[in-house]
Design a protein around this ligand. Structure first.
Ligand SMILES: [Zn+2]
Ligand SMILES: [Zn+2]
Length: 300
């Protein structure tokens, strides 16, 4: 049964939750912080992944993914001030973050990683290629990852997979806790069989719908930039996203959020129309992640 499930109750009245000090598996003995979601103890040890977007689009991306005591930030394309403000709106203090995983070095994903990691002494996970190309590489704690090798970060299973995008070694991720799986796919110019195999069976999906092909052609970008966006190493268009959804068995999909929507070459309405036609669902069933504001919390 289709239906997205926002979790308004995860927002606290006054924002931040005080951090706790304890140790978890990936960084034993170094004062790694656990995500203090104790008020909802019913979830402790359960197979629930929670997630929320701080914002999505070409001007900045960041997503929170949490399971039990772990709360990971995926990408940070915002300033520290904006990141802290949006985290507070979602009830999360930056001190309580487990760390930051980075998909690739483009500024809308990595521009805020260095300042945030230094200010709050947060560990960073990224591929060797991404780490090599970061403009701001002065990071306090780095863990290089392999784009074909899964890892465990606290309570989250993290499954990276490579994507075709014009960056050094870009990857996207599936995050899981037992049978709860969230797939995240943005910044890919095409869909590979490997991507499909990773996203199959995800109950929640954050999916790029960057542009409408006609709007891109008629839009304000110069031809070279249009060609870059539409290339197999550029960004995913609405129809490509729709084709992917048709390839995935989506019977189990209960939350779909459209992401990285271009402000120049797409509209949320057009993306929703295209995707809902492919899924055969109501046009207002998928959610849309916005650039200017954070989303609700969702759960897998
Ligand atoms: Zn991007
Ligand atoms: Zn990119």
């Amino acid at each position: 049964m289709l239906g997205k499930r926002p979790l308004e109750h995860f927002k606290t009245a006054n924002g931040t939750i005080a951090p706790t000090q304890s140790v978890d598996r990936w960084d034993e003995g170094k004062g790694a912080r656990r995500y203090p979601f104790q008020p909802w103890g019913v979830y402790q040890g359960g197979s629930i992944v929670r997630f929320a977007s701080l914002g999505s689009g070409s001007a900045g991306n960041a997503t929170l993914i949490a399971a039990a005591d772990t709360c990971l930030l995926l990408d940070c394309g915002f300033t520290i001030k904006e990141t802290v403000r949006r985290l507070a709106n979602l009830g999360v203090s930056p001190e309580s973050l487990t760390g930051i995983a980075v998909t690739h070095e483009h500024a809308d994903h990595a521009g805020g990683v260095g300042p945030l990691a230094r200010r709050f002494d947060l560990p960073v996970w990224a591929t060797y290629g991404t780490l090599a190309m970061l403009r701001d590489s002065d990071l306090p704690r780095i863990t290089p990852i392999h784009a074909h090798r899964s890892l465990q970060i606290g309570d989250l299973e993290v499954h990276p997979f490579p994507v075709p995008h014009d960056a050094a070694e870009p990857c996207q991720f599936v995050f899981a806790c037992r049978d709860a799986r969230l797939g995240v796919l943005t910044d890919t110019g095409s869909i590979t069989a490997h991507i499909v195999s990773h996203l199959r069976g995800c109950r929640s999906l954050i999916l790029e719908c960057n542009h409408d092909a006609d709007m891109l052609r008629a839009g304000p970008y110069p031809p070279a930039v249009q060609a870059r966006v539409a290339s197999p190493y550029g960004h995913l268009g609405n129809h490509q996203a729709a084709e992917l959804l048709q390839k995935l068995a989506t019977d189990e999909l209960d939350t779909l959020l459209l992401a990285h929507i271009s402000g120049n070459n797409n509209t949320p309405e057009e993306a929703l129309r295209c995707v809902s036609a492919a899924l055969g669902c109501a046009p207002d069933w998928p959610g849309v992640l916005r650039q200017e504001s954070e989303s609700d919390w969702f759960e897998v």
